[in-house]
Design a protein. Structure first.
Length: 436
């Protein structure tokens, strides 16, 4: 969940052969430095290996809460001063949280690298976690939930998919968490969460952009060496039971007039090769107006107002979610029938070499665009280190997609995209008024 406007300052950069240096401080903080002098900007970012999956079932929403709370102030940065310091020095900043990690960053003119490094070290070493900050952010998050979920058409779709497809794993709750859990939490709960997860040996610091290497290394040691190493609890391993028969569920949304049908499949970890094959499949079936499902169901047969899909790539498991909004006299079941026909084709017929090449070109273009700015490279470096365990995947990951074969696409579709392995969710209008 973003705290401020998305970064617009960027500079063109090669998405391949990204040069970097990496090392680890004695307190366990991993440091990655990427120098690019093509534009006068520098990014300081810290990614913590904590997300909603690290929460307790009765204390959800803490990781997302901290995304906001850690902007409240520090021992040396007064309450409400963080954003003033950033904007007053020509910078922008942002943060976001997923089920797996939390990411903070600042972008400054290149002559303010020391300021960015100091600010992130302050967030890590001297956060002020008090009642006024907790109470303030609690109200902010409640309003955010109302805007993005409770009062937004189809705003609870992802929440309902996760709730019905995961049974053991903490992925079963939404990142924003339950408001009643945040209301019931004590100040000591938040302080304990900070002490447990926001420590140097549970994080990676990335500096990217226009800077002098020796100067950056000096400041990194100056500001981060004094931070004490934390006690990091090993990640819990949650193994979900395979889905062997169709799960059916229903959700009534007071904010919609057109029903939606959702077919969701549980997929493997984003670190696996199969996840990359499924990304190719997703692109073929449902990525944009040239995809097979859109052309067939929306353009040709005019059965749906919209057909779409999204993949949720995560550290432990992923999701592939298809949805459709029927029009005219068409039923949600008729859309599922059409979807299943296209999936069956993938499971029985090899796609053409031409189609495979087009898919690989599209994936490669997306990969290049993702790493076409210093901002994108910084986040990629942090992600590949923290969640994949290999920073150099920023240079080599694209090779995985280039070597995917037509046979692999058929086999992975057979393995994961079967009717008895999915959730079918009827997402329907409710006559009741929305409750704020």
């Amino acid at each position: 969940m973003a705290l401020s406007a998305s970064l617009t300052i960027g500079t063109a950069a090669s998405a391949q052969n990204v040069a970097f240096e990496e090392y680890t401080l004695e307190n366990g903080l991993h440091v990655i430095l990427h120098q690019d002098k093509s534009a006068p900007v520098v990014i300081t970012s810290v990614m913590y290996h904590v997300g909603s999956k690290d929460e307790e079932p009765t204390k959800t929403g803490f990781a997302h809460f901290f995304e906001h709370l850690l902007f409240e102030g520090t021992k040396n940065i007064g309450r409400g001063e963080w954003f003033k310091i950033v904007t007053g020095n020509g910078g922008v900043n942002n943060a976001n949280t997923s089920d797996d990690r939390t990411y903070y960053y600042e972008v400054f003119p290149s002559n303010n690298l020391e300021l960015g490094l100091w600010m992130e070290s302050e967030r890590m070493m001297h956060p002020v976690i008090n009642k006024i900050g907790v109470d303030t952010q609690n109200e902010v998050i409640k309003e955010e939930k109302r805007l993005v979920m409770d009062n937004k058409p189809y705003g609870n779709l992802i929440k309902e998919v996760k709730r019905n497809i995961f049974f053991k794993h903490p992925y079963r709750w939404e990142t924003i968490g339950a408001m009643e859990h945040l209301d019931a939490a004590k100040l000591e709960d938040f302080q304990a969460f900070n002490k447990k997860f926001y420590v140097p040996n549970n994080a990676v610091l990335v500096v990217a952009g226009n800077f002098e290497m020796a100067e950056a290394i000096k400041w990194v040691h100056q500001y981060y060496d004094p931070i004490k190493k934390g006690v990091v609890t090993p990640k819990k391993n949650y193994v979900e039971t395979p889905i062997t028969q169709t799960i059916t569920a229903r959700y009534e949304d007071p904010n919609i007039q057109i029903p939606a049908v959702v077919a969701a499949y549980r997929t493997p970890s984003m670190k696996s090769r199969e996840a990359r094959v499924l990304e190719i499949i997703s692109t073929l079936l449902s990525d944009g107006k040239s995809s097979r499902l859109y052309k067939k169901i929306v353009d040709d047969k005019k059965m749906a107002l919209q057909i779409g899909a999204f993949s949720v790539s995560q550290e432990d498991y992923g999701l592939y979610v298809l949805y459709g909004l029927p029009i005219g006299g068409n039923s949600t079941q008729s859309l599922i029938t059409e979807i299943d026909e296209e999936i069956a084709k993938l499971q029985t017929e090899l796609i053409s070499e031409k189609d495979l090449q087009k898919l690989q070109n599209k994936i490669e273009n997306e990969y290049v665009n993702k790493n076409a700015t210093i901002e994108g490279i910084a986040e990629s470096l942090a992600t590949y280190y923290l969640l994949f365990g290999d920073v150099n995947l920023v240079n080599t990951d694209i090779e995985s997609y280039r070597t995917i074969t037509r046979e692999e696409i058929r086999e992975v579709a057979r393995k994961y995209l079967n009717p008895n392995q999915r959730l079918l969710l009827d997402y329907v209008p409710s006559k009741e008024k929305s409750q704020n």
